[in-house]
Design a protein around this ligand. Sequence first.
Ligand SMILES: [Zn+2]
Length: 385
Amino acid sequence: MDYVEVLKDLISIDTTVPPGSNYDKAIDYLEPLFKESGFDAQKIVIPAQYAEGREGRVNLVCHRREKDKPRLILYGHIDVVPAEGWDAFKPRVENGKVYGRGAADMKGSIVAFLEATQSLKGKPLNFDVSVMITTDEESSQATQIEYLKQHLEPVFGAYFLNLDSSFGFVSIASLGALHVDIKVRGKSVHSGLSHLGENAIEKATPLIQALLDLKHKAEQRKSAVPTHPDTKLSQMQGRLNINMIKGGIKVNIVPDECLISVDRRLIPEENIEDARRELLDTLASVPGVTWQLERVHRIPTVPPADDPVVDRLAAVIGDITGQANKFGEMGSGDLSHIVAGWGCKAFGLGVIRPECNIHGREEFVYLKDIEHVTKIIARFLSTQG
Ligand SMILES: [Zn+2]
């Protein structure tokens, strides 16, 4: 297998979501490669009711079962975010990098995994392995993941290695997230008669001030889990950001609505319900403002992965790259909390670096990183790797 050609082929299949129209092409391309690596590969069509009504979401579940070994499930996704203004689906190799949408997030990781397992064909594995190649990660895939569970059993107690992750260390934790839209109510009148109305934007300002006080508190919360030096932090930290504000329709009309969107991120030691209560109490402490919650989205926190198998992966990374680290990510995703609900121990390793510009223009992956991850996976999966 020429892994650079495989990566270029995969990037050339435009799996942008929305709409996700070429998923079947990408899965059809991958299926024989997994079979060549000694996997039983099974295409799974996700029923529309598990894919938010979208038809024809094809996923791939592959197994190399060794039932007396510890269970390991690996995760990848083939969809990519939209790209505009550059040749995102005409991959090019330049200075040891492959450019193209999805190169680092995360087709490069899938290729590293395939390359690793091709080298392990016929050799005993350390684990009872299944792989899930999924769709719609970049839009919303929680229900699809739940549907796939039946094809991945047994999942309870399994190790869960997320290949959609950073390069060079084991990712052992991520932030919880609480997204809240707060609608502040006022009363609309002509600007000249504003004494008869209630200005929703002006009423929102003391709420915003209270949220900024809570932001300060949240940022003081430091986790015991260290983060990668690239984050310029030493440990994971709580966050609160007011990231959107909408209100008003015209300069001469007193606005009757103002919508504030808050993104609160939680360290693993925090609890999502406590954070929700704290946010509501903060808002309720402001007198004389009428508000309601329009939308609440929660990603609960998950305790950091702490297990000898995780330490062994870190040690393998150390042997191959010279650094054996475990860090928490200053990001959040549904996946780790879903699989924590299944009883899995989730951790991550991939080919993403900050400079890879995933989701941006000229996304790229280092060929060297793919080669390193290939070796790391091979050695982690088999003593003969
Ligand atoms: Zn991704």
